[in-house]
Design a protein around this ligand. Structure first.
Ligand code: 0O2
Length: 270
């Protein structure tokens, strides 16, 4: 097949990856901006290279014409979670979406591969709008923890280095490492609620500070400079106390002050 034709074939897959990465990242930001814990920690995606597509097709004895129907991971999106428990949440999130349709699922979390690989795979049908009209493509979504991703990344590089014939002594080390990853993920799960609490308060504080700074910035258009400097000094004083409740109270009072200025602007007789 001509290279130019490949480019055309892969274009909708590229659009699908870009859109899905953006959508999942948006979900992550939405959780955080609402001061909630996000089960999604990182998102990335890629379209398989032509050489990798051809290599896989050859290995699976798929003819070039059948590639799009039988190679399900031409478009791949990877969602990384902090904890094993988050994986199920993300899978549920995907199952409930109306902009993609789940075609199949593979649970390598509870059914680890012989290599030691663990991850949850979902194949979805996803529609993209191209110049030529609507196209539906298959996308493989891999969901795994940070620790599982660490293992898979290292093992993938070794597979590449040894051309998929990893020597036995290295395989054994990888297998031991895979067991250690299970222990690590379980240990992390046992302190999950503490870690989530800590991260939530950090997020709440960060959202609060950002709201307060926005309000102070908007006040520059409404209040006189001396008044704003007083408010700013008070903000720094409270911020240094490291007391979230005091900061919340300050934020509420500031909102009332800002509201007063806005009302005055609308009705100068007040
Ligand atoms: P790359 O370079 O990551 O794209 P099948 O369902 O058996 O017909 P397939 O597609 O091999 O065929 O399914 P599977 O097992 O779900 O694997 C798809 C992808 O999962 C792989 O794509 C890898 O990304 C990842 N994967 C599966 N097994 C392993 C493993 O043992 N180690 C690592 N590191 N990753 C794995 P590719 O095309 O093999 O590779």
């Amino acid at each position: 097949m001509e290279i130019q034709l490949w480019r055309e074939i892969l274009m909708p897959y590229d659009v699908a990856v870009k859109e899905l990465v953006h959508k999942f990242e948006h979900l992550m930001h939405e959780y955080r901006s609402r001061g909630m814990y996000s089960p999604i920690e990182q998102v990335c995606g890629r379209v398989k290279t032509i050489s990798s597509i051809l290599e896989k097709a050859q290995k699976k004895k798929i003819s070039v014409d059948e590639i799009e129907d039988h190679l399900l991971d031409i478009a791949g999106v990877r969602i990384i979670c902090q904890f094993v428990e988050d994986i199920e949440k993300v899978v549920e999130l995907i199952r409930n979406r109306t902009d993609m349709e789940v075609v199949s699922e593979k649970d390598y979390i509870n059914h680890m591969k012989d290599s030691g690989y663990r991850s949850y795979h979902i194949i979805v049908n996803y529609k993209v709008q191209m110049l030529t009209g609507e196209r539906e493509v298959k996308v493989e979504i891999q969901v795994r923890t940070l620790a599982m991703n660490f293992w898979a990344t290292i093992e993938h590089s070794l597979q590449y280095k040894y051309k998929k014939n990893i020597p036995d002594h290295i395989k054994e080390k990888l297998s031991n490492a895979a067991e250690a990853i299970i222990v690590l993920d379980n240990e992390m799960s046992s302190v999950r609620s503490e870690i989530m609490d800590a991260q939530n308060s950090l997020q709440i504080q960060s959202n609060l500070v950002s709201d307060i700074l926005n309000t102070i910035q908007n006040l520059y258009r409404l209040a006189n400079k001396r008044e704003i400097l007083k408010i700013q000094d008070e903000f720094y004083r409270i911020y240094e106390l490291n007391d979230i409740e005091k900061l919340q109270r300050f934020g509420r009072e500031l909102d009332i002050i800002a509201e007063g200025y806005r009302a005055q602007l609308l009705d100068p007789d007040i």
